[in-house]
Ligand binder design. Structure first.
Ligand code: ADP
Length: 504
């Protein structure tokens, strides 16, 4: 029974309260030990201040309470008390005092001692103070523990919140949260960027004041409107400023009773997707158009030959034109197939050491007729016959054919195309120069883009797919090469390809 009461009074639940008695008088020391031990406390004693301090400041088995005599030889009680409390501010200290030192004892309690027992004292007087002291320790330890737990919980909440914040902040989609009154609650940086906002709107700002987008506001209103069933918005397209577009998903978040507390708006930027769709549509219409006109011409000529309208030389001439229009259409289909194969990486390359002059000769041969027709000279005098690299021959023929055919196509009547190829310490430099219409400066960065065509006075009658240079670029990239273009409108254009030795 006594043990149990000692347990209950003790600060660290489940263990005996530990009490240190520091007194130089053996009678008091032993008396206290007996009284306290009989109550079930774990008691240790020290005969002077030094010993008492050493015991009270040891790491193992800390004391819950120290009973210290004020007047001792050597280190006096006041010093002992301050040392003990310095070591453990939570320990309960009680002063044993004689009548002569009563004043000092009162002083000590002002400085933090829990209380004092004036000598002589009865066991009950001592025990009453001890129990009260231990109760205080229990309460203060519990408060401390609760405080630590609370701090730990707060820290965890903080960490959790930071984690959520980091996720939200790193989302590429824009995220906006509003309350049920359509007032702004939260937005991530992607949302700020999407709506070109420098500063986060204040919490509680009406959404209409933060976002000038009537369509989005209408959708949010719809989601939060008081209908029996909350309507979610999924995959609705909205138009943003600067011709940008976003896909909106809006969902309400509900409380336990099912009423909306607010809504979460997620917006994915689909501008590029839309542009791609547009480019695809433009491409399909361009391809249809480009294929339709040669086919219509071929049909016409065939009709005229079949009906006998064109006979003899005229019929032969018509057949020649039919062939050249058919060639144009086939070239276009070749470009498309080449490009899609390169794009899909579906090309099996058969690399071997080859002389580049062979690929140049093949490419020039395909352009000779057209060049002759327009009085254009193709000069390959600057081609180093020894220039060689390890490559797939088809790739190199395609590369030269596209560059040389452009140089002929975009040239002026009677113009010149110069092809040079040099091999310097294993690095190969290829230059294709023409005296043609040139490329305006603002287009230079884009000419290697897929389906990019320049439409101006100089090019409007020239057919093409806008894929030739994109194919060239893909081939150059496949060999870790570099390609650059310089041009002066009205004077001509120079394409330079460099394959560095050792990198290909
Ligand atoms: P295209 O099938 O239209 O010729 P390319 O990808 O080969 O497609 O070229 C893209 C655009 O770059 C062309 O439409 C043309 O306007 C311009 N271009 C390419 N090569 C030359 C050149 N040698 N001289 C002038 N313009 C050129």
């Amino acid at each position: 029974m006594k043990e149990a009461s000692a347990h209950l009074e003790h600060g660290t639940e489940g263990e005996k309260a530990r009490i240190l008695v520091v007194d130089d008088e053996p009678g008091i020391r032993d008396g206290c030990r007996k009284i306290l031990a009989s109550e079930g406390y774990a008691v240790e004693v020290a005969a002077d201040g030094l010993d008492g301090c050493a015991m009270a400041t040891r790491k193992q088995d800390p004391f819950d309470l120290a009973l210290v005599d004020l007047k001792m030889p050597g280190m006096d009680g006041i010093q002992v008390l301050s040392k003990i409390r310095e070591h453990d501010p939570e320990i309960i200290t009680i002063v044993i005092t004689a009548y002569a030192t009563l004043e000092t004892a009162i002083q000590a309690t002002r400085q933090g001692a829990y209380g004092y027992v004036p000598k002589p004292f009865t066991p009950d007087e001592l025990l009453l103070l001890i129990r009260k002291g231990l109760e205080k320790r229990r309460l203060s330890l519990r408060t401390k523990r609760l405080q630590e737990e609370r701090e730990r919980d707060l820290l965890e909440i903080c960490r959790e919140r930071n984690r959520c914040r980091a996720i939200i902040n790193h989302m590429t989609d824009a995220l906006i949260v509003v309350n049920r009154h359509q007032q702004f609650a939260l937005a991530n940086p992607a949302a700020m960027a999407m709506f070109r906002k420098q500063e986060m709107p204040a919490v509680g700002t009406p959404l209409g004041d933060c976002l000038e987008n009537p369509r989005l506001l209408e959708l949010v209103r719809g989601v939060l409107s008081d209908t029996d069933e909350f309507r979610e918005v999924t995959g609705k397209e909205i138009t943003l400023r600067d011709n940008r577009a976003a896909m909106a998903n809006i969902a309400p978040f509900l409380d336990d009773t099912g009423s909306a507390l607010g809504a979460v708006i997620v917006l994915g930027d689909i501008t590029e997707l839309k542009q791609l769709e547009k480019a695809k549509a433009a491409f399909i219409s361009m391809v249809s158009h480009e294929l339709k006109s040669p086919l219509a011409a071929i049909e016409n000529f065939a009709e005229l030959v079949l009906k006998g309208t064109f006979k003899g030389d005229k019929a032969r001439e018509a057949l020649g034109r039919m062939r050249s229009r058919a060639e144009g259409a086939r070239k276009m289909i070749d470009d498309l197939l080449n490009f899609s194969a390169l794009e899909a990486g579906a090309i099996a390359r058969n690399k071997e050491r080859m002389l580049l002059k062979d690929a140049i000769e093949d490419a020039v041969a395909t352009q000779r007729d057209l060049a002759k027709e327009r009085g254009i000279t193709i000069d390959t005098g600057q081609v180093d016959c020894e220039a060689a690299m390890s490559a797939d021959r088809d790739d190199m023929v395609k590369l030269f054919t596209n560059l040389i055919s452009n140089a002929v196509k975009y040239n002026k009547e009677g113009g010149r195309v110069t092809v040079s190829c040099t091999d310097c310490d294993g690095s190969v430099e290829i230059v294709v120069n023409d005296t043609g219409v040139g490329i305006p400066r603002r287009h230079l960065d884009n000419v290697f883009d897929e389906f990019y065509r320049i439409r101006n006075e100089g090019t409007k009658r020239i057919g093409g797919t806008g894929l030739g240079l994109a194919i060239v670029k893909k081939i150059v990239d496949a060999y870790y090469g570099e390609i650059s273009v310089e041009s002066e409108p009205g004077k001509g254009t120079t394409f330079t390809v460099l394959f560095r030795g050792g990198e290909r």
